[in-house]
Design a protein around this ligand. Structure first.
Ligand code: PEP
Ligand code: MN
Length: 347
């Protein structure tokens, strides 16, 4: 339920609502906006009448949320989520690019990539240290050593690091080594992991499960927020369909759909969607046009020699060229065409 307060309400009105909600055993989330304030009532409210709150003088309206996700929606949190990393670096304001290799292979490899990204004005470095490979015989990642190389490189070039976690037991280690914890497509419905990540305040980069609907994807994000961590970024990375000319099918419609529903920043990963580097720039431009907050893309100094996902990794030259074009698409997007409409979901 969402309790919207009348204009001119006072703080004690909010306290009154929180008190009633508490007594009924609900958790709450208060959002004080410039135009209106609201209290999100969190929990199973199916047996509670709206009148409990609607009868209060300070209340303008009470909305029952019928969707199975609440905290991820703009109804509960009308302001866009911007994740702040300090020193003017954030996610959710301008289009951001997170780039790096599929897997950390050695310190010299990650150093070369870090130096290149810094030179190109990038702020975020990705790299897998724990790799969730479909085959047990494929390279599984350097593990903690990989995280150490990422941290050394991030400090040297002043970059923020994103890396994928596989198991709950590694959370403390990730808190020490990375700036953003990635949950991959294969773990997108590992609810215990999602809940545990709710207990850290590190931003979480949540990829869409490759067999998940938008609703299921948002429910996964709901798990993290409901456990206490609001610093969540979403990432559309392609879903499995009958189409086999690409590795996955980039669900570009998910971008305006999710942006219409949720306040969370939404990224697109064109690399794991396409599976082929030649297709990555076109999908990245589509991501900008569709309204994404950024892309996560795989690059490698010598993709043919990459230990994983070389086929979809961009060369440095391709990346550089793509970044220039993205700037063009971004400025076109910012010029806001007249009549641009935003998708709005029902509550
Ligand atoms: C990755 O980003 O390294 C990765 C494994 O991606 P996904 O989980 O989307 O397959
Ligand atoms: Mn990869």
């Amino acid at each position: 339920m969402i309790v919207i307060l009348k204009q001119g309400h006072v703080d004690t009105d909010i306290d009154k609502i929180l008190g009633i909600a508490n007594e009924l055993g609900f958790k709450t989330h208060v959002s004080r906006g410039t135009e209106r304030s609201l209290v999100g009532i969190i929990g199973d409210d199916s047996y509670v009448s709206k009148d409990v709150f609607a009868s209060l003088d300070c209340v303008e309206e009470v909305i029952k949320v019928l969707k199975p996700y609440k905290l991820v929606t703009k109804y509960f949190h009308p302001e866009k989520t911007v994740i702040d990393f300090g020193n003017g670096i954030n996610i959710g304001e301008k289009f951001e690019i997170i780039a790096g290799p599929c897997a950390v292979e050695s310190l010299s490899q990650i150093d070369e990539i870090g130096a290149f990204l810094k030179e190109k004005g990038m702020k975020f470095l990705r790299g897998g240290a724990f790799k969730p490979r479909t085959s047990p015989y494929s390279f599984q990642g350097l593990g903690k050593e990989g995280l150490e190389y990422l941290k050394i490189t991030a400090e040297k070039y002043d970059l923020k690091v994103v890396s994928e976690i596989l198991v709950n037991e590694d959370i403390a280690m990730f808190e020490e080594y990375v700036d953003i914890i990635q949950v991959g497509s294969r773990n997108a419905q590992n609810f215990k992991l999602l809940q545990s990540l709710g207990n850290t305040d590190k931003p979480v980069f949540l990829k869409r499960g490759y067999m998940n609907t938008v609703q299921e994807f948002l429910q996964s994000a709901e798990y993290i927020i409901n456990s206490g961590n609001w610093n969540v970024m979403l990432c559309e990375r392609g879903i499995r369909t009958f189409e086999n000319s690409t590795r996955n099918t980039l669900d570009i419609s998910a971008v305006p759909v999710i942006k219409g529903i949720s306040h969370l920043p939404l990224f697109v990963d064109p690399s794991h969607a396409a599976g082929k580097r030649e297709l990555v720039p076109a999908l990245s431009y589509a991501a900008v046009a569709a309204g994404a907050d950024g892309i996560m893309v795989e690059i490698h100094p010598d993709p043919e020699k990459a230990v994983s996902d070389g086929r979809q990794s961009l060369t440095f030259d391709m990346f550089e060229n793509m970044v220039e074009n993205i700037k063009m698409f971004e400025s076109a997007r910012n010029s806001k065409p007249v009549g641009k409409e935003e998708y709005k979901s029902e509550v």
